[in-house]
Design a protein around this ligand. Structure first.
Ligand code: F0G
Length: 403
């Protein structure tokens, strides 16, 4: 293994290369991904190399000056899943598999479908019927997957798939797949690069099946062991109140056990009641000194609208990170002079129905928005239907300017 400075230099140099694997923000770091015999044959859509944005407005409102969003929704299929998919699917192809399969709340299926088709492999997707967004379902259709919608939730789909793979030559690409974690850990390396290897104090991640928090933890810890960085950020996980088994486990059982639950949240990507990687996530939180929080549906909706109005946008599951940060700051767990990176896991177009319903005022029930009606009203925008005349538009503009 070359020395840390040589590695940092090599990874930067590859950004100038025209080779597909060098242009991938995952395979650019291949010295830390010893999982393929022939990395030059990796199946890549040029994933990774996603932007780190400063969140100026939210930072100002919270008094956290150094607030950033690492936007993993800017990956080829619009979510962080692509960074793990390139790794695990390339591995499946190298081992001669023709079929790959996953159960998904939507993003994994979109990603797997795309990478499988690039590799000329077949993919089987099990989805909870009526519980994933149209955009994600349409991606899996567009990329050419075999799609089965099952009348159950995500956890039910996982159960069925576990049985299916026992009796069929199908490679399982759910997030328990270790190679997916290897790919996903590269987000930690990118964050380190962006901070010139002086790592931020906190990284906040949404928690669903709890693989991503584990992957990031692995990435940051490996970096420190290799002498690439001198500290590890505190990694915190935020869950939706209706899908919060890790939060409850850490609160009541110090993360020793978990009680599976019937999950329910409009942040459909993280509607998971029996997370597969909860032990790893609990360990990462405890090892790095991070925290776990839960946030309500109204807190998620408000945080999502705020991120949208920064000109950045994200899907509802990603917005839990900003909602969680607000709580951490209020509780004194994160200090205003510390640097914080929110991991935005999915693109805003992943769930347009949610956005439209929020702005139409039909997303949340009265009970859910109780106490924050004013904040919600301030964030909502209306679309106006007008007669097609310049006068009509000018009248609207005049009224807006006077406000
Ligand atoms: N954010 C988004 C946008 C997701 O799609 C997911 C998970 C998560 C956060 C949670 O990540 O599971 O590693 O804790 N989506 C999976 C799927 C379950 O099937 O697409 P996690």
């Amino acid at each position: 293994m070359p020395n840390p400075s040589a590695l940092r230099w090599l990874w930067q140099e590859r950004l100038q290369s025209r080779l597909p694997i060098d242009q991938s923000g995952v395979w650019r770091f291949r010295e830390l991904l010893p999982i393929l015999l022939h990395p030059e044959k990796a199946v890549t859509l040029r994933e990774g190399n996603t932007p780190l944005y400063r969140l100026l407005q939210s930072g100002e409102e919270l008094g956290v000056e150094q607030l950033y969003a690492k936007h993993q929704g800017m990956n080829p299929t619009g979510s962080f899943k692509d960074t793990g998919m390139t790794a695990a699917l390339s591995r499946a192809r190298e081992h001669g598999f023709q079929w790959v399969a996953c159960a998904s709340t939507g993003n994994t299926s979109a990603s797997m479908a795309a990478y499988a088709s690039r590799a000329r492999m077949n993919s089987l997707v099990l989805l909870p019927e009526g519980k994933i967004s149209w955009s994600k379902l349409s991606q899996a259709l567009d990329y050419g997957s075999f799609i089965c919608q099952l009348n159950t939730d995500f956890d039910g789909c996982v159960r069925v798939l576990t049985e299916v793979v026992r009796s069929a030559p199908v490679y399982l690409l759910n997030s328990v797949n270790p190679y997916r974690l290897e790919g996903q850990k590269t987000a930690a390396l990118e964050i380190a690069e962006e901070f010139d290897w002086q790592l931020p104090d906190h990284v906040i991640v949404p928690g669903g099946n709890l693989a991503n928090s584990s992957a990031l933890g692995k990435g940051f810890l490996e970096m420190m062991h290799l002498g690439l960085s001198s500290k590890v950020p505190k990694i915190s996980v935020v869950q939706a109140e209706g899908a919060n088994p890790l939060y409850l486990s850490l609160l009541h059982q110090e993360g020793r056990e978990i009680q599976p639950m019937q999950a329910n949240t409009r942040a459909s990507a993280i509607r998971i009641g029996n997370p597969a990687s909860w032990r790893k996530a609990a360990r990462v939180i405890q090892q790095t000194g991070g925290y776990c929080e839960q946030v309500t549906e109204a807190e998620i909706a408000l945080a999502k609208a705020e991120i949208g109005q920064e000109g950045i946008g994200c899907e509802p599951a990603s917005a839990v990170t900003l909602a969680g940060l607000k709580k951490f700051v209020r509780q004194g767990k994160i200090h205003r002079d510390e640097s914080v990176v929110l991991l935005l896991t999915g693109h805003t177009l992943k769930d347009s129905e949610y956005i439209i319903e929020f702005h139409q005022g039909t997303l949340l029930s009265k009970e859910e928005s109780a106490g924050v009606e004013r904040e919600i009203a301030e964030r909502r925008r209306a679309t106006l239907s007008l007669e097609p005349s310049a006068d009509a538009v000018l009248r609207v503009l005049e009224a807006a300017i006077q406000i």
